[in-house]
Design a binder for this molecule. Structure first.
Ligand code: 8YV
Length: 329
């Protein structure tokens, strides 16, 4: 063991061959069994560490950071960083980094997969077949909603929202969106053929509504009972963003009462202990937070997190630094 190298905690199991790049710079502490550390265990394991590579399951807050005076960087492999208290990071002089861009296209692909599976009732039909219930074919057998020629609504028009919108041209869809800030006229018309509307119009007019906004206290329950009540009864709702953006209890009621036709959900409140009533509903497609899960993209996310910690240990500014004000401390 080279005592001069700083130590780095890799808090979850991830591609060992990719992690090899870290060996030139760090002594590594790995989590081969891929356990989720409790806050106490995480605090203990981070004692004396230069940094950590983690996922969205690590909650980084004031309490934790106050006990870790030597920590310099926390680097998540995710683009979403709602698990980081950035102010607390800056206050404790800890750099925080995420992994943007590399997952845009893969996540957009998956939003489409969920939208198509939900609108055309793919998993419901498969369960029917697997359960041995297929006795005869019928004219109204699993009829669903069309994707082509319909109106796609996107709430949250960041990089992933834009990648979702781009795909709509091939399906002749009319794209509307709502976002905190409007895209430039050129982005709207040339790149995405998307029309900016207020949130109420988005809810009322979308045939398929995809959520692609980051989670924050402001976006908590952006889609709750009042919003669901404004949607078309034939509409589908797709969430590839974060649990907590949707009020899951309200959504379950809306799906049960056929207030909307269906939902495709990759994210839930209190993951992985999602609301059990979802399992009783046929008009929902459920996946366990896998929108970015292509082999190539997951590797790219890990590599991006590695690049950030290597920059930090070399005394450079990590390319994906989130709290730039930490540099002034
Ligand atoms: C991650 C994600 O797989 O990047 C994000 O924000 O939600 C997913 O792509 C997951 O959060 C990794 O921790």
């Amino acid at each position: 063991m080279n005592p001069t190298k700083p130590t780095l905690l890799v808090a979850r199991a991830m591609f060992p061959d990719a992690l090899a790049r870290l060996n030139d710079y760090f002594e590594l502490e790995l989590n081969q069994e891929d356990r989720i550390f409790s806050p106490d265990e995480l605090t203990e394991r981070l004692q004396g560490k230069f940094g950590m590579i983690c996922t969205s399951s690590a909650k980084i807050n004031q309490d934790l950071l106050a006990k870790l005076p030597e920590l310099k960087i926390i680097s998540t492999i995710a683009v979403g960083y709602d698990n980081f208290d950035l102010q607390a990071c800056t206050q404790h002089q800890v750099m925080a980094t995420n992994a943007p861009d590399v997952l845009n296209e893969t996540t957009a692909d998956f939003a489409w997969a969920l939208m198509m599976a939900t609108a055309r009732r793919v998993t419901e039909a498969e369960h029917f077949l697997r359960n041995g219930e297929w006795q005869k074919w019928g004219v109204d057998f699993f009829v669903g909603a069309d994707i082509h020629g319909s109106r796609l609504g996107i709430l949250g028009m960041g990089r992933i929202g834009q990648a979702i919108a781009r795909r709509a041209a091939g399906f002749g869809m009319d794209v509307i969106y709502h976002n905190r800030s409007r895209l430039s006229a050129e982005q709207e018309t040339v790149a995405h053929h998307a029309r900016y509307v207020d949130k109420e119009s988005l809810l009322r007019e979308s045939d398929h509504l995809i959520l692609a906004l980051p989670y924050s206290p402001e976006s908590h329950h952006s889609i709750a009972a009042a919003e669901l009540a404004q949607m078309k009864p034939s509409a589908t709702l797709i969430n590839i963003a974060r649990g907590g953006i949707v009020d899951d209890v309200a959504l379950i009621a809306a799906l049960r009462n056929r207030q909307i036709a269906g939902a495709g959900l990759d994210v839930f409140e209190n993951e992985p202990r999602f609301h059990p009533d979802f399992l009783d509903l046929k008009n929902v497609v459920l996946t366990p937070h896998i929108a970015s899960a292509s082999e190539r993209t997951r590797r790219a996310m890990v590599n991006r997190a590695i690049t950030n910690v290597i920059a930090a240990v070399r005394g450079e500014v990590p390319p994906d630094l989130l709290n730039r004000d930490v540099l002034e401390m």
